[in-house]
Design a protein around this ligand. Structure first.
Ligand SMILES: C[S@@+](CC[C@H](N)C(=O)[O-])C[C@H]1O[C@@H](n2cnc3c(N)ncnc32)[C@H](O)[C@@H]1O
Length: 209
């Protein structure tokens, strides 16, 4: 049997378990962007100028070349206007409804199991003494992750999500929660493991992280 190469875990930060998952997260992210964009658009829907823009765009998007060009332009626009404040507003808007990402779905539960499997590979026997969980959302994965941690500091940008996460994990004594922006706030303390799944793709201008 070939030896399994174990990832280093002293300060491991994993974004995705493998390229398939990366692709999957990319799709999720794209869908999410669309969702947020539609929600934002609803607020501005009234303007006549905006409705002209929408109908013109609809017509143009029937031509594949224009559709691609418009897609690129929108991506560039999102990147240019990306900021901590917009990021926060978008996630809080998103968390107006519980479980906006559908983490209860089988597919997401499978993703969580894959992430835990990755951790088992990194440290087959035992727990990680001190862990930082970035972008914990409503704490669904946090709860599972906590079983592999001595202490877990779970952080997120969204105050609403953190509130729900605290409730979900209220019976776990080894988790602390904090509001924290990955692109702005410094990391206080040292950790044996940093877990950031499905989070870094929100940072469209990584130069600010
Ligand atoms: C798709 S969820 C991922 C949740 C969980 N990590 C998972 O893999 O299921 C993304 C989370 O990242 C959080 N987030 C987005 N931007 C952030 C930032 N700049 N700093 C911290 N958290 C952020 C969002 O509030 C949201 O809860």
């Amino acid at each position: 049997m070939p030896a399994v190469e174990r990832p280093p875990f002293a300060a491991a930060c994993f974004v995705s378990c493998n390229t398939q998952q990366l692709a999957f997260e990319r799709i999720q992210f794209t869908l999410l962007c669309g969702h947020v964009a539609i929600k934002g658009a609803n607020l501005r829907k009234q303007g006549a100028l905006y409705s002209t823009y929408r109908s013109t765009r609809k017509v143009l998007e029937k031509v594949p070349l224009f559709r691609t060009a418009i897609g690129y332009m929108l991506e560039i626009k999102s990147t240019v206007v990306d900021s901590s404040e917009r990021n926060r507003a978008a996630v809080e808007e998103n968390f107006q409804e519980p479980d906006p990402y559908g983490f209860a779905r089988d597919l997401e539960q499978f993703r969580f199991q894959r992430a835990l499997e990755f951790l088992r590979l990194a440290k087959p026997d035992g727990v990680f003494p001190s862990v930082l969980g970035v972008g914990c959302a409503e704490g669904m994965f946090t709860r599972m992750l906590a079983e592999r941690c001595g202490t877990l500091l779970a952080v997120d940008l969204s105050a609403i999500a953190l509130q729900r996460a605290k409730q979900r994990c209220s019976d776990r004594s080894n988790i602390e929660f904090a509001e924290w922006d990955v692109r702005r706030d410094p990391i206080n303390g040292t950790f044996d493991l940093i877990v950031a799944t499905g989070v870094l793709e929100y940072i469209l201008r990584p130069v600010y992280v």
